[in-house]
Design a protein around this ligand. Structure first.
Ligand SMILES: [Ca+2]
Ligand SMILES: [Ca+2]
Length: 336
């Protein structure tokens, strides 16, 4: 509320003009949303323009408009020095003046003009935030992922405050390393009047796919005429979801060919075509990533029968042509 002193030039009939002070009391209100009203008051004149005492004051007329000096509205308020103008548009500047008239309906000139900006109602409406679409990220091998910055693309508005004047925030903040699982990101906006709104954005962080873990088992040794057993092992994290893990044996090096009972079974029987040292690789893939390990085969020569003891004479039968009988002992070795 404020009191403003105005000066008005006062005319009445042929009497001399006189200056008088007019007090205009201003009170802005806003009983309705986006509407305002003003209560005006002024000091009645006491003299005519010629300096004589004003004795036949009959009333006042209040004029106003939205352009200075161009009054489009007028109200005869009668012989009272106050008036209220309602239903003014909030946020609009109005210009008011008042003039007096006497019983002869002679009017003074307008008082000094009063400019008044109809105040807007208090802002009690918080900003409106559009909830961001759910976001799904894949974690790194540390099972963490960086929280995105939601604020740069946030769709938010307010009835009064410009977007650039809104105070925006998000928690966890952008760049925070969130762990695998579901995370709720709270996004808030506060307007210039302090009204706050918030929404929850859904952030899902998926565990990273890891390659199958492959163990080709202990080195194997067997003879050529026998078989060996590979004790490989494959494990996987089950990702990608639904993908089957396929294991495959292959020969990396070795002098001959290798035959496996099942080339896709981590544990299986193995034969070799020739003796020697072989390196076999077991690889397993989950369709996206693969793991490998190798095992050494030592294929020993075929086992041979042990050689007989030395030859010895058991009996000697004289030949028909021989006339004498002789006893001898002979030794030898069998070829391996
Ligand atoms: Ca607001
Ligand atoms: Ca995997």
């Amino acid at each position: 509320m404020s009191a403003i002193l105005l000066a008005a030039q006062w005319f009445q009939g042929a009497r001399r003009a006189a200056w008088l002070s007019v007090a205009m009391l201003v009170c802005g209100g806003h009983g309705l949303a986006q509407a305002a009203e003003i209560r005006l008051a002024w000091d009645p004149p006491t003299n005519n323009t010629d300096g004589t005492v004003l004795t036949d004051l009959a009333g006042f007329k209040l004029v106003w408009g939205t352009n200075s000096g161009a009054y489009t509205s007028i109200t005869n308020v009668g012989n009272t020095a106050t008036s209220t103008v309602a239903s003014l548009t909030a946020g609009t500047t109005y210009f008011f003046a008042v003039r007096a008239y006497n019983v002869g309906l002679a009017e003074s000139s307008n008082s000094v003009e009063l400019a008044w900006l109809a105040p807007l109602p208090l802002d009690t409406t918080p900003p409106v935030i559009q909830t961001p679409a759910p976001v799904t990220l894949t974690a790194g091998l540390d099972d963490k992922a960086s929280v995105p910055n939601y604020l740069t693309t946030l769709i938010v508005s307010d009835d009064r405050s410009a977007r650039t004047n809104l105070l925006l925030s998000q928690l966890p903040i952008a760049g925070y390393q969130a762990t695998v699982g579901a995370t709720t990101v709270v996004i808030a906006a506060t307007d210039e009047a302090g009204n706050r709104a918030q929404v929850n954005a859904a952030l899902t962080i998926l565990k990273a796919n890891r390659a199958p873990v492959v163990d080709a088992g202990p080195d194997v040794s067997f003879r050529l005429d026998k078989s060996g057993t590979l004790f490989g092992m494959v494990t996987d994290d089950g990702l990608p979801t639904g993908a089957s893990v396929v294991a495959t044996w292959s020969k990396l090096s070795g002098p001959g060919s290798v035959t496996l009972g099942n080339t896709n079974a981590p544990s299986t029987t193995v034969w070799a075509s020739v003796a020697g040292t072989y390196v076999l690789q077991l690889q397993a893939t989950d369709q996206l990533l693969a793991g490998t390990d190798s095992v050494m085969l030592t294929v020993l020569p075929r086992a041979l029968p042990g050689k007989p003891d030395k030859v010895r004479v058991v009996t000697i039968t004289p030949s028909a042509s021989s006339s004498t009988s002789t006893t001898t002992t002979t030794t030898g070795t069998l070829a391996p």
